[in-house]
Structures are given as structure tokens and as C-alpha cells.
Write a protein that binds this ligand. Structure first.
Ligand code: GLU
Length: 312
């Protein structure tokens, strides 16, 4: 599509939802905790929030799902606003090329995580946000931020998911202990993990998440309310990390196929940013081998192809 034409977005979203029916149930639902394993793999939802306030939805766009690692984006925004460029003394900005929870890489790189969107980097980001605050206040801060951004006070944390994350989070605990041993966590390990497990357990719909991410498409200012959420520098940094590191060791493939900054979570959600145009959320719980939503990525690939919204 040439950039001057206005795509018929209603028709595009309907076509994508229709096309995705033939992939229903593809991929493997995350099963490391029962609360995620129980989710019906046939769900598919999409929501596109536009700068003119329109929200285009199809499928299960109003069914809440576990946002998991998509939360890393929003905590990164808060941490960058609080700490600025100092954060980069503690975390790198390169794609990891490794699994999202790799311990080997962290050891090789002496406790400096490769980027803020792998688990080790997210733990440091959460620690940087928390500072000397207590974990309960930090969890409330993150939840309040998500409610404000989504313009929806229904947004909350699924306590069962948070509890299960804590009960089974040995690998994340290993990463956190290793970070602390290398002097790269200030708060007690259990406090950082507590906040991280709760942020992962945020439960949101495609509609809420696509509304919440809109400021990232507009240099940090929510185009609908006019509210400045973060500086243009922070928004640019977060978009850059999403496009290079947002899909773990499959980030290159996602960017090749979709050409938009995006962040996936093991709940099957992906938030994608179309700069100057829209924020998009897709949700389909079946994951590919790299732990990213299989049908979600396909839907975004089709959306980018049909709208011409790729930034590349
Ligand atoms: N709670 C998951 C973990 O920390 C999040 C991973 C993800 O969404 O990719 O292992």
C-alpha cells in the first residue's frame, strides 16, 4: 500500500480476524504455571487504538489475559523517567540472542544483563524503579500507572498468577541472586522478585493494552488526553529496544516480518507500536519455540503488510 492512501482499517481488521481462524489453536500455551496452562489456546483478539480516538477491535479483544513480559515495557518507561541514562550503567542495549531467562549469558557478562527486556534486565529495571521504596508501594505504583494509561480502573493483578510465579520462580530467583552477588541489585532479592512477579501477573485486555501503549507512538505524549507520560528520549529509547530486543532470541525475525517495535509476553500478548499512527495489541496464547505468540505475530505481519505501517 502506498503511504498516501488511507487504508480501510475496519476491513483490514475484519480480514485478519477471519484469516486467523484457520490458525486457531496453533502453538503451545505456556505451562510453567497452572494458571497459564488452563487458558484456551483458541483465543484470538486484536485491538488497534488510533490517534483520532477510534479503537478497532476483533475477536476476544475484551477478554483479560496475563500480560507477562509486556509489563517490562511500562516498568522500563518508569525506571528511565526516574533514573535517566544512569540506568545504562547497569544494563546493556544489545539483543541477547539467548533465551529470555538465560543464566549463562549473565555469568559471562559479569552480572550486566544484555538488555532490559530479558528477565535479568527486567529485574534490574524493577530494582531501579523501586529504589528504597517498599515492594507493596512499587506494585501499587505500577498498577496505578497501568490504570491511568489504559483509562480503565478495572486493570489489576491476578493474584493466582502472581502466587504461582513466586512458587515456581526458581530460575528468576537464580538470576536475581546472581545479580545481587554482582552488586547489580540494590533492594533485597525477595523484594525485587515480589514486584517482578506481580508486574508479570497484570491482567489486561487487548483494548486496555492498546490504549495504554499509545503514548509510545507519539514521542511520550498521549495523543488523546494530551498528557505527557514520558520524555521523547524515553519513548525513543523504549521503541528502539522493542524493535531490537522485544522478542527475545527471535527479535530479528519479528522485526523482519513485522517492521514495528513490539514486545511479547508468554501469556500470548504482543504490544506493537506504529509511530505517528497507532498502538496495537494482539493476543493468542499459543507460543512458538522462542516463547512468542505464534498467531499474534502472524496477525501483526498481515496488519503491517496490509496497512504499509512498517517503519522499515
Ligand atoms: N513471568 C515470566 C517469567 O519471568 C515472564 C516471561 C515472559 O513473558 O516472557 O519467566
Amino acid at each position: 500500500m502506498d503511504g498516501n492512501e488511507t487504508p480501510d482499517l475496519d476491513a483490514i481488521i475484519a480480514t485478519i480476524a477471519d484469516e486467523m481462524l484457520s490458525y486457531q489453536g496453533c502453538g503451545k500455551v505456556a505451562d510453567y504455571i497452572p494458571a497459564l496452562a488452563r487458558v484456551d489456546p483458541r483465543h484470538f483478539g486484536i485491538a488497534v487504538t488510533l490517534f483520532d480516538g477510534r479503537v478497532l477491535v476483533a475477536g476476544h479483544a475484551d477478554v483479560p489475559f496475563s500480560v507477562q513480559s509486556v509489563s517490562k515495557i511500562f516498568v522500563l518507561v518508569l525506571a528511565l523517567e526516574k533514573r535517566g541514562a544512569q540506568l545504562w550503567q547497569r544494563i546493556g542495549r544489545e539483543p541477547s540472542g539467548s533465551r529470555f531467562n538465560s543464566i549463562v549469558q549473565l555469568e559471562n557478562e559479569k552480572g550486566i544483563p544484555r538488555n532490559p527486556l530479558i528477565n535479568a534486565g527486567a529485574l534490574v529495571t524493577t530494582d531501579a524503579l523501586m529504589g528504597v521504596d517498599d515492594p507493596v508501594a512499587t506494585i501499587a505504583h505500577i498498577t496505578g500507572f497501568m490504570r491511568e494509561l489504559a483509562h480503565d480502573h478495572q486493570v489489576g493483578i491476578d493474584p493466582e498468577v502472581a502466587r504461582s510465579e513466586a512458587e515456581t520462580g526458581y530460575r528468576n530467583a537464580s538470576l536475581a541472586n546472581f545479580l545481587r552477588a554482582n552488586g547489580n541489585l540494590d533492594a533485597p532479592v525477595e523484594d525485587v522478585l515480589n514486584v517482578y512477579f506481580h508486574q508479570c501477573a497484570l491482567s489486561m485486555t487487548c483494548r486496555q493494552l492498546a490504549r495504554a501503549g499509545l503514548f509510545l507512538a507519539n514521542h511520550g505524549v498521549d495523543p488523546l488526553s494530551g498528557r505527557t507520560v514520558c520524555s521523547p528520549d524515553t519513548a525513543r529509547a523504549v521503541n528502539a529496544l522493542m524493535i531490537t530486543c522485544g522478542h527475545y532470541d527471535a527479535s530479528g525475525d519479528f522485526t523482519y516480518r513485522v517492521g514495528l517495535p513490539g514486545k511479547s509476553g508468554v501469556g500470548g500478548g504482543i504490544l506493537a507500536i506504529a509511530p505517528g499512527r497507532a498502538a496495537i495489541t494482539v493476543w493468542s496464547p499459543g507460543l512458538n519455540a522462542a516463547g512468542n505468540s505464534e498467531v499474534g505475530a502472524l496477525a501483526l505481519e498481515r496488519l503491517a503488510a496490509m496497512t504499509g505501517w512498517s517503519v522499515l
